[in-house]
Design a protein around this ligand. Structure first.
Ligand code: 5GP
Length: 181
């Protein structure tokens, strides 16, 4: 693959995963899910904003009965604690006794996913499965269970395919890595 260089705001990035490779992995994950989750009536939970493109591409290839909804992690300053609390918002379906499949763009330290899984557990689902397009194993700080992983990547900043830099570049169909000078 010839590497394409782009500028996003003041930073330079180059392609690290092509659209073709992404499509191949999304297709693989979808076919695994179609086998694993048949008869489980899963509900997919796409985590906004980053996972919208992965969720959309994947969902088109899911051929078993299922539902999808999108959730967001909202930060707010707690009135009692001094730290920032991240709360999962947008859950309006009954999750009790359901097979839920969290769709993430990237698992870096694992802190976000850990927060999501803890909060979802409170809804007493039957099981929580996790699919992430990207995973940085070297950055992991929390023990998280990943059931479906598109690509394991080095501990470097990436964007494209839903992932942003200051809100930009989510629209790019391939994944780009920051070029260090
Ligand atoms: P974690 O909590 O696992 O450290 O990070 C998860 C979130 O951080 C992701 O959902 C994503 O929003 C952001 N993130 C982590 N690594 C990257 C990266 O390389 N590029 C971009 N654009 N966002 C990242």
């Amino acid at each position: 693959m010839s590497k394409k260089r782009i500028k996003v705001l003041e930073l330079t990035f180059e392609t690290s995963i092509s659209e073709e490779k992404i499509t191949k992995e999304v297709t693989r994950i979808a076919s695994e899910m179609n086998q694993d989750l048949a008869n489980k009536n899963p509900i997919f939970l796409g985590i906004l904003n980053g996972a919208f493109m992965f969720a959309s591409d994947l969902f088109k290839q899911i051929s078993i009965p299922c539902q999808i909804t999108f959730l967001k992690l909202a930060s707010y300053e707690g009135t009692q604690s001094s730290g920032t609390v991240k709360q999962l918002i947008g859950i309006n379906q009954e999750l009790k006794d359901r097979t839920v499949v969290v769709l993430e763009d990237i698992v870096d330290t694992g802190i976000t996913l850990d927060t999501i899984v803890r909060q979802l557990s409170g809804y007493e689902p039957k099981e929580i499965l996790v699919a992430t397009m990207l995973h940085k194993p070297d950055a992991l700080q929390k023990e998280v269970k990943l059931d479906y992983v598109g690509f394991e990547i080095p501990n470097e900043f990436v964007l494209g395919y839903g992932l942003d830099y200051n809100g930009y570049a989510r629209n790019l169909p391939e994944i780009y890595t920051l070029v260090k000078d």
